[in-house]
Design a protein around this ligand. Sequence first.
Ligand code: ADP
Ligand code: ZN
Length: 719
Amino acid sequence: MNRARVVTLNAALGPLDYRVPDDMHVEPGTVLVAPLGPRQLLGVAWEPERLPTEEVGDNRLRPIVGTLDVAPIAAPLRRLAEWTADYYLAPLASVLRMIVPSSSALEGPRQLTEYRPTGLVPDRMTPQRLKALAMLEGRQGTVRELADHAGVSDAVMRGLVNAGALEAVAVEADRPLPCPDPDFAPPDLSEEQTEAARSLSAAIGKGFDPVLLDGVTGSGKTEVYFEAIAEALRQDKQTLVLLPEIALTEPFLKRFEARFGCAPVAWHSDLRSSQRRRAWRAIASGEAKVTVGARSALFLPYANLGLIVVDEAHEPSFKQEDGVQYHARDVAVMRGKFEDIPVILSSATPAIETRHMVEIGRYREVTLSNRYAGASMPEMRAIDLTQDPPPRGRWLAPSLVAELEANLERGEQSLLFLNRRGFAPLTLCRHCGHRFQCPNCTAWMVEHRLMHRLACHHCGHVMPPPKACPECGEEDSLVACGPGVERIADEVAALFPEARTAIVTSDTIWSPARAAEFVASMEAGAIDIVIGTQLVTKGYHFPNLTLVGAVDADLGLAGGDLRAAERSFQQIQQVAGRAGRGDKPGRVLVQTHEPDAPVIAALVSGDAPGFYAAETEARRDAAMPPFGRLAAIIVSAEISADAEAVARRIGHAAPKVEGMAVFGPAPAPLAMLRGRHRQRLLVHAARSLDVQDVIRDWLAGIEWSSKVRVAVDVDPYSF
Ligand code: ADP
Ligand code: ZN
């Protein structure tokens, strides 16, 4: 009898055996539907020898219900799934859920209804309708797509359909995708770029080859790796480009289209199910030649992958903090290894870990040391806030204000960077000192004046700002402490009432469409001063932006976690990289109370190699990553005592292993998060130790009730 070992998408279940009906073909990787009790589950067939489980007698096996009409999950991706599950101590099923979306996404409708303008003008015109019709000329799409594009509600769109201004068109959901053309608009590369592009392109089709593409901001890294994509297209291979932020996809799509004549396939969490289904199938069939996506795109079943690019590879957002806690940059390299293809990590400010891999000869390095078209690197200067302090209750030093004013007069654009959303990070009562804390998290409620709300940035809890203090009852006694971007925007408005400003944070740029609007306004010169969080530090290219002010360069250094200095350095380098990218030179002013701090000194003197060397030495001395390893065991429960009891038991059971030390349990840095109390044990281990193996055995000997959750964060980003 034919049997199959199946990993279902249910993380609570181990592998299960099923009977394969005679008329059904099942091989390792086949996506299938299996019965479980009265229900049916999606699963993937696996090599039995790789997933040992208790043998079940033939007579007790239930038959597989059916197989899905999609290509089997190929061996390299199965190996990657196993590696990810092992390395990050996650159930294989949880990894498979990232490879195979729900069955509805796989099956879904094959026909879609789209709409297009008829040219008929409705009798009743409203400003919304007018706007929609103006935006939709020559477009076709689903109601949602068109509504998104026009920036109106679905209801407005349906009104236009009813009024006969839009008509329905039935389309095949699987209509062919346009194919990017490698020779559509090749750029004129500089000598340095040509050499880099040649070196990257030469790697296509030649096996595993991890490369750090290390180029200063504005050096044309994107143009250069586009040439590697062109080569992959010529060899009819697929490319995956990972971007750190969904807000960056829209400008990327435009650039890609300009180079290759059509847009790539986009994959991110905001796709609607019809788009998701279409994209998944095109990726799995090999029709999607280039896919650009957020980290989840890494696990898709590409039919014929030939290249992976991780853009802005240093970005912390590549670290997934929920579910399977993987680092997309590291998994990308592993995928490259299993698929036997090159992987390009592109960054102007690579992570210490990545540089280290270059130093020990594991990754190749391709360097671009000049900005394109002779643009010079911006001039960097520190503003010592102890010598040049802002007036009371203000945050911008007089010398920065003077530069902003000069820039306005010249008609050039400026950017103020402060990595804090909202108006003020802390609100307190001036009468009794009460501070507003989130009821679910160990975090202050942040005032968002534009939304007229206090909000928790960890769980999303919001409340209207109360009129009276809930503690002492005093009215109008609440004061905002410290600045957020909204408060800086107020300061700018007070200083320069004529200036046109824009706030750029995840509150204002929450979709690719909003990002596109922002880019268009910048390019049209409709914005004078941008005030933004780390969201503006990446990717953007605005030639008329010549002044960058870092409002509080000390902010990232507080708290003192392992990566504080590195992250501050990267953020300020990146935001500085937005200045002077065109033919006008750029200036960067860094406000600090400690101009002599090593990070600030290195930024101002432009001594990146010196900074990296010192940081690397400090890590080596402390045996911290990449020289040693860390894993965090987080124990959480709604009742604090439950979490503490299990954490203590785990602590007591810690094995004595040479080269490993366990710290804690102690309250985790966010001691309460989303209503759960969190205890943490930190495991520090020598590089040579298989720390996952040790932790697996260690936790396997301990039981806990379902009220308690134990999660292991291998290679935690921050702690
Ligand atoms: P990086 O990613 O290194 O910061 P980009 O790839 O964004 O740099 O390039 C910066 C700007 O210079 C972009 O607007 C890009 O289109 C332009 N650019 C770079 N190289 C070329 C080239 N060879 N030909 C035309 N434009 C280029
Ligand atoms: Zn909260």
